[in-house]
Design a protein around this ligand. Structure first.
Ligand SMILES: O=C(O)CCC(=O)C(=O)O
Length: 280
């Protein structure tokens, strides 16, 4: 499989430009960030789960949208997007160290689906912090089909991460995220957005890995959702994102007083978060 290119290496300063866009507008788009081979491999691995059996159970999930969760338990190729180096380079700058993978799900929006309600992904609006509030998560939506004007492209409300408590989004505030398959929108967890309605004649498949600050509970309990045998086969970075990590300062995330990686490797003796501490 051809390696996806890193556009950050191609043009000096592109990384900073994406960060500036994220801070000002709340989102940025990475066009053609994985190859068609990666898109095809993920589609292939997901196809057994996209047979019309997992439609949403409420209006938010979408009665005409298939939702498949725990993707790292189902599709090994998902690692290409979950630990995509350009995405993580941005998330590294936007979330505290030791951030976690909060969610990784597929959303296949079928024809006839209606728009979702506007929402933010990081659940921070349930905190006793008035808007505008800091983001506590970063979301990514990868297009596995072209996202078009008509097929249910994500709709985002530019700048709404900076809005105060007296403003709620309306349809006219939103723009459609039109992008070719293999592209991704990266957005702050406190920005308003929604899945669009699909008026086309074919489904629209998107994958959304979401990352959260390590002090928040991930949406999916990844240490339970992804089988340990599968986790053993993943990179250290993915293992850490799934929760086999310890947060600094302190001891946040330990298992019986030990680093959770002992559950993957009983001989693991690495000490927590800080290389200067002795092994434990
Ligand atoms: O599928 C999409 O475009 C967005 C879905 C979404 O925002 C969600 O379900 O939280």
């Amino acid at each position: 499989m051809a390696e996806p290119s890193s556009f950050f290496d191609q043009t000096a300063g592109v990384h900073e430009a994406h960060l500036a866009a994220l801070r000002a507008d709340g989102f940025t788009i990475l066009e053609n960030a994985v190859t068609a081979d990666v898109v095809a491999a993920i589609r292939d691995e997901l196809s057994p789960y996209l047979q019309g059996e997992h439609f949403g159970r409420n209006d938010f999930e979408g009665f005409k949208s298939e939702r498949v969760y725990a993707l790292l338990d189902k599709s090994p190729s998902m690692t290409h997007i979950v630990e995509h180096e350009d995405v993580l380079a941005l998330v590294d700058r936007l979330l505290p160290k030791n951030y976690l993978l909060s969610s990784a799900l597929a959303i296949n929006v079928h024809p006839g689906e209606t728009p979702q309600r506007f929402h933010s992904d990081d659940h921070g609006n349930s905190l006793p912090i008035p808007r505008p509030r800091p983001h506590v998560g970063v979301s990514v939506i990868w297009a596995l089909d072209d996202f078009t004007e008509t097929n249910g492209a994500t709709e985002i409300v530019p700048g709404s991460h900076l809005w105060g408590p007296d403003r709620e989004p309306t349809e006219s505030d939103a723009i459609k995220v039109v992008m070719p398959a293999g592209s991704a929108i990266v957005f702050l967890g406190n920005i308003f957005h929604r899945g669009g309605g699909n008026h086309a004649d074919a489904p629209r498949l998107g994958i959304t890995p979401q990352y959260c600050a390590p002090t928040y509970r991930p949406l999916e309990t990844m240490t339970l959702a992804v089988g340990r045998e599968k986790v053993r086969g993943y990179s250290e970075r993915i293992q850490a994102l799934l929760g086999y990590s310890i947060n600094d300062p302190g001891f946040h995330g330990h298992v019986n007083g030990r680093h959770p990686k002992v559950l993957l490797d009983p001989d693991y003796r690495g000490r927590k978060y800080n290389d200067e501490l002795p092994e434990s």
